[in-house]
Design a protein. Sequence first.
Length: 379
Amino acid sequence: MHRVEYLLWLKHMGIASNAKFLDAIEYFSSPEELYSADKEAYEESGMFNDKEIEYLVNKDTSFVSAEVERCNKARVYLVDYFSKAYPEALRQIPEPPLILYVAGDRSVLNTPSVTIVGSRKADSYGMNVSRDLASAFAQAGCSVVSGMAQGIDQSAMLGAIAAGGKTIGVLCCGMDVDYPSGSSDFRNKIIESGGAVISEFEFGTPALSGYFPVRNRIMAGLSDLTVMAQAGEKSGALITAHLAMEYGKSVAAVPGRIDIEESKGCFNLIKDGAAMITDTEEFVTEYIASRPKKEEIKEEKVPEIKPEKKTSGKTAVRQGENESDNMLELLALLKKEPLTSQELSEKSGRPFKWVASTLIILEVSGKVKLLPDGKYSVN
């Protein structure tokens, strides 16, 4: 099998944490070595529970061959974390996707990009602003990233395409799932214009509510700038903006009328430190000018995986127990009051990157939820 097939097999095990996958690969030196290991080695690593070890020992690759066939039929590329085509920006976030399913031009994933998001219930003002912003960024050489939902997302992407730009649509479902409903023509337009539609979910995965925040971290991670064109106070699009802030990215918002609900989310972001966009052309010009004059996409190097000194099984298991205790500590803090990931890091004394990564695991498992104001609370 090829490397990506070993990774498909590993990902199909169903662990919520991609960081755990990467740690396991590092421990065993490579995906191939991880696959070839025996039960004793898995137990010695202390990284897997009994159910996971049973899956690993079974070595069943029937899903892999079937999934590769589905990709071939749908003309979908598999881009894994160690591939030269993998977006470098995503390697910098706490929970990078292990594999991306990509329809379209893979090279667009490593071009300068801007994420533009907002409400599905946008009015004509929000739609016009998002289209104008996307058009201006496209003409300046930036790809536009969005979630393909009706409203702001589609308006922005169509604006970029109309200006001759490229777009990246990020799905919260499998590549074969019709979501947003009736979007096949829109997907084709993205691809035909030189862009790409991507997902980290297996074929057949439905668009469940818990997958939206998982998808949003990709949109926030891909770009150096996230723009909120229009959003209400409880809009799910705000999650993308808050994740971008957590990742140390730039965030900007468009102020709207003070007497409508769909402006409140943007005003709150501006209060939280987001840049305020008052003139489309001026903002885009200043943003582009703030970037390096001759930004070139450097040739990517496949990261070398160097095995570290392996701990004993007893030590590794003990570390695993401590990690569970740390998760319980975060949950205990959140039971008292909703907190941002930065506040959790300060209160728990844990590294921010570990807290951000752990919160994603807890969110996917349904134990916590991310609120529109960027704070986490227990479910």
